[in-house]
Unconditional design. Sequence first.
Length: 130
Amino acid sequence: MPNEKRCPKCGEVKDSSEFYRNKSSKSGLSCWCKACSRASTKRYYEAHKEEIRAKDRARYQANAPELRARSKRWREANPDYAKEWHKAHPEAVKVIRDRYRAKNRDKIRATQKCYYEAHKKKGDGDESDS
């Protein structure tokens, strides 16, 4: 592999570590540098966001049981990961929690009401064995 390579997109000569690997190319490196590749991928995603999301949803729906099982196996193999992540990223946890609460406000209230009804002290104020 060469130590340096010129990116035809930006025209800069960069170290080989600034290029993704590509086994099918003669040099073993991608033709564009990582920065140009990322920018191109980002532009494509922004231009085709809805199509990409629709394909992703369809792929998930077609493979949902398998994907859920794989996710479950990973969580069981890495039981402490979520706890460690929550401790390391409290701001992100707050954003996720607040977004969930805003989106599911009625569901949360219904759950809280059911819990309250199930755990309400029986005979509040109307005990007759005094």
